[in-house]
Design a protein around this ligand. Structure first.
Ligand code: ZN
Length: 71
């Protein structure tokens, strides 16, 4: 798991990651390697909006990924 806390300004770095894929927001999690989705799309911190450039993957088990998150 690669996390760079320098770009997230939250008190707990990267409390939650989200990625917008095809106009839907998904909750994602850090991953060991880039996936096709992470290569094409940018994940961000859900709280401060900092771009997360390390590899990530979607959380398929998360039922919330099907519903756009109201922030
Ligand atoms: Zn943050």
């Amino acid at each position: 798991m690669t996390i760079d806390p320098d770009t997230c300004s939250c008190s707990t770095p990267w409390p939650r990651l989200t990625a917008v894929i095809e106009q839907r927001e998904y909750t994602v999690t850090p991953a060991a390697e880039h996936s096709p989705a992470s290569a094409l799309h940018l994940a961000r911190c859900a709280l401060c909006g900092a771009p997360y450039t390390a590899p990530w993957k979607r959380i398929r088990e998360d039922p919330n990924q099907l519903v756009p998150t109201a922030l």
